[in-house]
Design a protein around this ligand. Structure first.
Ligand code: ATP
Ligand code: MG
Length: 258
């Protein structure tokens, strides 16, 4: 057990398909390769980061997911070990029932702080806890933000991602004002930049103009090998170094900000 509390980082935006899962998986991978103990918590009922990191069929995790951890009051019994440094609390479709259960059967004093509470028993076991979130400002997302020390805002270079950012930042401000005053925005990562499209570049520039203080310098481009990480995974992936090229720059900037 370490002497320091894990740094908890949420990767979020309520717009779907901005690269949250890809980014949280890659970030956890980099941190674990650097010999940090990392726990990834899947707060999305799609279970994509579970799939990406464990390469197991979703059936494998039946009744062994973060939802059961909420019922139990601790994640301890629901940690899957990918290797010594990288662990995952998985999710499956049933996580969609979390909101209902939080307001009926479960007895958390504050429904927004339930995730924080169930992570507490393992907080000294890890250097980092990375939380992947669903594409909505629902209970799993709010719980992730309220449990975190840092959030990374993700936005693909498109209009609907651009318009989602201020509303996501409002959610962060709500958490800061009500339950989590130390929460910090680590940065806004612009993703899926399609260099052939002028409108894509326009949104990259617009985000820089609106949020100059938080934009990461690196902009992640649309690239087939990054997309194929969803199929090939991060281990035994022949094109991994090409896929991770741009993300290496992001990781470097991120380490300077944490
Ligand atoms: N830079 C990229 N270039 C090409 N494809 C990418 C890139 N980043 C992610 N993808 C692919 O785009 C899709 C969406 O990415 P991802 O699942 O990471 O986004 P998400 O924000 O987690 O989505 P959701 O909101 O559904 O959870 C996936 O199929 C992924 O493999
Ligand atoms: Mg996702």
């Amino acid at each position: 057990m370490g002497e320091q509390r894990a740094k908890i980082i949420t990767v979020g935006i309520q717009k779907g398909g901005c690269g949250k899962t890809t980014t949280s998986g890659i970030l956890a991978y980099f941190l674990s390769q650097d010999k940090n103990k990392v726990l990834v918590v899947d707060m999305d009922s799609q279970g994509n980061v579970t799939d990406l990191l464990t390469q197991e069929d979703v059936e494998y995790f039946e009744e062994k997911t973060v939802l059961e951890a909420f019922k139990d009051g601790s994640v301890e019994e629901y940690i899957y070990q990918v290797n010594d440094y990288l662990h995952v609390v998985p999710a499956d479709d049933y996580l969609a029932t979390l909101a209902k259960l939080l307001y009926t059967e479960m007895n958390y004093k504050n429904q927004n702080l339930a995730l924080k509470e169930i992570l507490e028993p393992v907080i000294y076991d890890y250097d980092y806890i990375i939380i992947d979130t669903p594409p909505s400002l629902s209970e799993p997302m709010v719980n992730a933000v309220c449990a975190s020390d840092y959030v990374i805002v993700l936005a693909e270079s498109s209009k609907w991602a651009f318009t989602a950012v201020p509303r996501f930042l409002e959610t962060v401000e709500y958490a800061q004002a009500h339950v989590n005053p130390d929460l910090k925005v680590l940065g806004l990562l612009r993703t899926m930049n399609d260099t052939r499209r002028a409108d894509s570049k326009a949104f990259v520039d617009l985000m820089e103009e609106y949020w100059p203080d938080i934009c990461f310098d690196v902009v992640i481009k649309r690239k087939a090998s990054i997309g194929r990480i969803s199929m090939e995974g991060l281990f035994n992936n022949k094109e991994l170094s090409s896929a991770l090229e741009q993300y290496k720059l992001f990781y470097k900037e991120l380490k300077e900000r944490v």
